[in-house]
Ligand binder design. Sequence first.
Ligand SMILES: Cc1cc2nc3c(=O)[nH]c(=O)nc-3n(C[C@H](O)[C@H](O)[C@H](O)COP(=O)(O)OP(=O)(O)OC[C@H]3O[C@@H](n4cnc5c(N)ncnc54)[C@H](O)[C@@H]3O)c2cc1C
Length: 411
Amino acid sequence: MKIVIIGGGPAGLMAAEAAASTGAHVELYDAMPSVGRKFLLAGKGGLNLTHSEPIEAFLSRYGSQRSFIEPAIRSFPPSALRDWAREMGVNTFVGSSGRIFPTDLKAAPLLRAWLRRLRQAGVQFHVRHRWRGWDQEGNLLFTSPEGPQNVHADAVVLALGGGSWPHLGSDTAWTQILAEHKVPIAPLKPANCGFDVGWSEHFRTKFAGQPVKTVEVTAKTVDGIVIRQRGEFVITETGVEGGVIYTVSSHLRDRIEKEGPTTLWLDLVPDRSLKRLTQDLSKPRGKRTLATHLTRCAGVAGVKAGLLREVVSKDVLADSARLASAIKSIPLTLTAPRPLAEAISTAGGVSFEALDDNLMLQALPGVFCAGEMLDWEAPTGGYLLTGCMATGHLAGTAAAAWAHAQRAQPT
Ligand SMILES: Cc1cc2nc3c(=O)[nH]c(=O)nc-3n(C[C@H](O)[C@H](O)[C@H](O)COP(=O)(O)OP(=O)(O)OC[C@H]3O[C@@H](n4cnc5c(N)ncnc54)[C@H](O)[C@@H]3O)c2cc1C
């Protein structure tokens, strides 16, 4: 019995492991010269594997798609993921924010151990094999350095990824193949992404690349619900990106899609009340420049002072009460999310309505889907890798069970 996994990211590798553990023969195909490239990139940021918060809070991070992904996560929860890493000799720790990382904050040792374990379990790897669809007989069609290959499979798991960082392999070409087979696919959109602001040339030249540390951002959902988050972000050539922006990015993206440019409010001094800030800024300025006054009385300097001057009019800068209000609530107009290719992850994908409870495509019996190519999104914090590995685990287990059941049926 042969199970073919297409895509060697965390979802596909986990599907391979789950299918192989049932005794099935597993072959994994990937278009790139090596597997796990985005997983390795995630390691550059410390490899946030999962999160330690209670399971109810954890599941709530998947928002409107929670009910679809919940069964997969309940059967492979964050605790199982930590145990799995430990079995491969990689211990994990809980960071101050509750996020869980490997002790050495690296992806490469974990990936090496994982591939070793998969090979020991009999999984065969075929890299530089790009999946193109099916031939007339229902065999899988690949292009490879040795020419076209037609491959028979008793069941298939597609784990082809979303659309971010396409040079690492996940180029979304699968959307066209599946659409031709009438598989419903929700439009792919950037998630955990930056936004364009349209800085002045002066601001961009002076501040692009600089971090803006501990601010509070206020955003609105499409339903008008106000969301406040504290954190840091980075000024980019075209706008803003990074931690605190990602936490509200799905709402900002949806608002822009619905209404056009949207506003994000920045509180540059979240630990100082408006009353205290107004009092501090009302102190006589004497001969001091505005820059010195802002630094001494409000602790606003460098890139924060630059932001203030970029957005606020001269009249406001000259009036201490209005200036204090502006520092507590600078309106930034965001014109567009950055393109999908630059995002951390992808929203949209294969619709859950197209799948059965085991992630098998109803239109294509024996073909299962897993990972970021499915229609769910989540913030950063380990929810992405957990979602990919949990759906991979479910799809791999189910693909093997389905192939077994087909074999057992009388012909
Ligand atoms: C900079 C960055 C940092 C990140 N950090 C974290 C983090 O710390 N924690 C976290 O939870 N998440 C993080 N993520 C997100 C996480 O890496 C992804 O969600 C995850 O890798 C998606 O897994 P996947 O297996 O679904 O897809 P992928 O990892 O994208 O794998 C898909 C695979 O399919 C292959 N493929 C695609 N099309 C074909 C085809 N036609 N034929 C054959 N092969 C094909 C690709 O080559 C690729 O190997 C980060 C992402 C980025 C970009």
